[in-house]
Design a protein around this ligand. Structure first.
Ligand SMILES: *Cc1c(COP(=O)(O)O)cnc(C)c1O
Length: 226
């Protein structure tokens, strides 16, 4: 499949989900997750009109960035070791995996400008998932006042890999409620306008529940065996 055809289908699905709940599809940012594909496939995605690219490992991020540079907006979506921050910080536009103070401290130290970060939340409580528990999030974000180069633009979650729509919807809704709670604090360093949630198998539900950034790999740039 061409990326352009996949993208057209995804955009159609987004339009449908938006219309179900009275949202505008211009509020949805598609992040093309290119971690499993070649640089050429990533370039094909850009050519098809995908503006945001996401990578989950430092090596993949740097390889793609080297070739593509500022033709894309760059999202780091994977868990990030503190010692790798300095490798990506100059070129990253958004970090989706802020989940601990030591990482905030390192971002703050290495960045020469405020970095847009999503705080990763483990809404489902699955042990295998990274992220803060919901209960930890407000006090964690409050502490980000100490790190002027960390700007909390939103919350991110990875839902469990299931096809139980009610459970997924509940998880996305909880993230949205938490976002609303943080927004109400009016912390200037944490506008928290965004929700990074939804992947290939669940983005339509995420959009209905308020996602602003959906991270799509396989449905957009797959299948991977081409
Ligand atoms: C791989 C990945 C995605 C995309 O997954 P697909 O199911 O292929 O859409 C989204 N978010 C994160 C954090 C990922 O690691």
């Amino acid at each position: 499949m061409k990326v352009a055809d996949n993208l057209a289908q995804i955009q159609e699905n987004i339009r449908q989900s938006c219309s179900n709940v009275g949202r505008s599809e211009t509020d949805i940012n598609i992040i093309g997750v290119t971690k499993y594909v070649t640089i050429n496939r990533a370039k094909e995605a850009l050519g098809a009109g995908v503006k945001n690219l996401g990578e989950n490992r430092m090596e993949g991020f740097l390889k793609k960035y080297d070739e593509i540079g500022n033709d894309a907006t760059w999202h780091f979506i994977g868990s990030l070791q503190s010692r790798k921050v300095k490798e990506i910080i100059a070129n990253v536009d958004y970090i989706h995996s802020l989940d601990r103070k030591s990482l905030a401290k390192e971002i703050n130290k290495r960045a020469d400008r405020p970095i847009s970060c999503f705080v990763q939340v483990n809404v489902s409580g699955e042990e295998s998932k990274h992220g803060l528990s919901k209960e930890e999030v407000p006090s964690f974000i409050e502490k980000m006042a100490n790190y002027p180069n960390v700007k909390v633009v939103g919350l991110m979650t990875m839902a469990p890999f299931l096809d139980d729509e009610a459970i997924l919807r509940g998880i996305f809704r909880e993230l949205r409620q938490l976002r609303d709670q943080i927004q109400a604090e009016n912390w200037d360093y944490a506008p928290c306008d965004y929700l990074s949630m939804g992947m290939s198998n669940d983005y339509q539900i995420a959009v209905e529940e308020g996602a602003t950034h959906i991270r799509i790999g396989s449905e957009l740039v797959g299948p991977y065996d081409e």
